[in-house]
Design a protein around this ligand. Structure first.
Ligand SMILES: Nc1nc2c(ncn2[C@@H]2O[C@H](COP(=O)(O)OP(=O)(O)OP(=O)(O)O)[C@@H](O)[C@H]2O)c(=O)[nH]1
Ligand SMILES: [Mg+2]
Length: 424
């Protein structure tokens, strides 16, 4: 199955919920007016696109409608596909240009870190690369075993120590081993949960420092794994990890199981972090590079266009042979750790932990202010909604909670959104 077919199937729930409603709403209008944009904005917010991003999309749509002199509401769908594609573009490439390159994989527990690493490793091995995995989630013995199974399945090396050992030391060992064996890529797994959040962030900062020290000239990616089923909560997680870990990209997993795929837009637009891969299932080939055009098409294009794209892809695939990846030899010196280095790293880690505490305080204050602004915006929205309801009745269309929805899950996210926005 090709990429487009995979994402089309993986995004089916989001498409049905988001696009299904938008399509129905557009059909209830005979002309493009403010009510149409307000209802569209509301549907986008309900589809986990986020209030800020939904507003931005609608502003851009209004601009284009004016510029292009569009009057037919059914044209909005095509514009939506274009605007969303442009919004999502930029930064999708994964930098693995040096030998070795490092990918540090982080995220809260259960989001799919280890599974994603297994899928990534299999992908690189398939491209002819030599992969070393670092079992730096030393918090649970089972985490090390799970990574070992994936390493075996993918045909990658694995470096591990005992449960409870220092994760930074595991990464250090993995780097040494990768240099000695001439690996192309090191991928490090990390814990999603420690005794407290500060410890976790401190640990990630320490791992980061080891990588920067041992491989100062190497390409480094820090991939934050987010579970799409958590919707807007994924945005909050990105904010928390961003301070400590210097995220270079997002992998959004479990899109196949949720109608909340719109959160991709919120992450890119609100936080300016690119989504690099998406997970659309549990199998090894269910991790796909994120291609904005295809994503927007899978969500907003009509059935015919989707069918055409899937067919074109099938033809392309049968005509093409995947080119072998080229890598450059670059010998690196193996630098052993000394007690001095570790003492210095620990001191730096302590200083960083204190800085993190201060940052966290500032972040809390900012979150409080954002929440107040959100509540004020919601109150205003509620008032507008009431006004609109009476006008919408005339057109026999309503986005009110009494509308019957196709899936039970849809009712849940609709309700949770109405009750408080982010599902903390
Ligand atoms: N449906 C679906 N399931 C996924 C996807 N990615 C991961 N999973 C499942 O999510 C569950 C958790 O995945 P893990 O890889 O163990 O998550 P983790 O982040 O390493 O978890 P911890 O190590 O406990 O922090 C597993 O059952 C995976 O099979 C995806 O894209 N789609
Ligand atoms: Mg794990």
């Amino acid at each position: 199955m090709g990429f487009f077919e995979k994402i089309r199937d993986g995004l089916k729930k989001t498409r049905d919920a988001l696009f299904g409603r938008i399509d129905k709403m557009l059909k209830s209008f005979t002309k493009i007016d403010d009510d149409l944009f307000e209802e569209l904005e509301e549907l986008l917010v309900m589809g986990d696109v986020g209030m800020y991003t939904a507003e931005k999309i609608c502003d851009e749509l209004k601009k284009r409608v004016k510029e292009e002199g569009i009057t037919d509401p059914s044209e909005i769908r095509r514009l939506l596909e274009e605007v969303v594609t442009e919004m999502l573009k930029g930064g999708q490439e994964l930098d693995t240009s040096t030998k070795p390159s490092v990918i540090l994989v982080i995220g809260v527990n259960g989001v799919g870190k280890t599974t994603t690493i297994g899928k990534l490793a299999a992908r690189f091995v398939k491209e002819g690369k030599k992969v070393t995995l670092a079992a730096a989630d030393t918090f649970r013995a089972a985490a090390i075993d799970q990574l070992e199974i994936w390493a075996e399945r993918a045909g990658a090396d694995i470096i591990k120590q005992n449960e409870g050992s220092d994760p930074a030391a595991v990464v250090f060992d993995a780097i040494s081993s990768a240099k000695a064996r001439g690996s192309d890529i090191i991928i490090a797994d990390t814990a999603g949960r420690l005794h407290n959040k500060k410890n976790l962030m401190g640990e990630l900062a320490k791992i980061n420092r080891i990588i920067d020290r041992e491989l100062p000239d190497s390409a480094k990616e820090v991939l934050l794994i987010l579970d799409a089923t958590t919707g807007q909560n994924a945005v909050n997680q990105t904010k928390e990890f961003r301070t400590a870990a210097g995220i270079t990209g997002i992998v959004l997993t479990k899109l196949d199981g949720t109608a909340k795929g719109g959160v991709v837009l919120a992450i890119k637009e609100e936080l300016d972090v690119p989504v690099k891969f998406i997970g659309v299932g549990e199998q090894v080939d269910d991790l796909q590079p994120f291609v904005p055009e295809e994503f927007a098409k899978a969500l907003f294009a009509d059935e015919n266009a989707i069918e055409e794209a899937a067919n074109a892809e099938a033809e392309r695939e049968s005509a093409e042979n995947a080119p072998a990846a080229e890598t450059e030899e670059m010998p690196e010196e193996h630098k052993p750790a000394t007690a001095d280095i570790w003492a210095q790293i620990d001191a730096e880690a302590e200083a960083e932990k204190q800085q993190l505490e201060q940052d966290e305080e500032a972040q809390k204050q900012q979150q409080l202010e954002q929440e107040q602004a959100r509540q004020a915006a919601e109150a205003e929205r509620q008032q507008k909604r009431e006004e609109r309801k009476s006008r919408a009745k005339k057109r026999n269309w309503s986005t009110s909670a009494s509308e019957s929805t196709p899936a039970a899950e849809d009712d849940d996210w609709l309700r949770s959104w109405r009750e408080g926005g982010n599902n903390d």
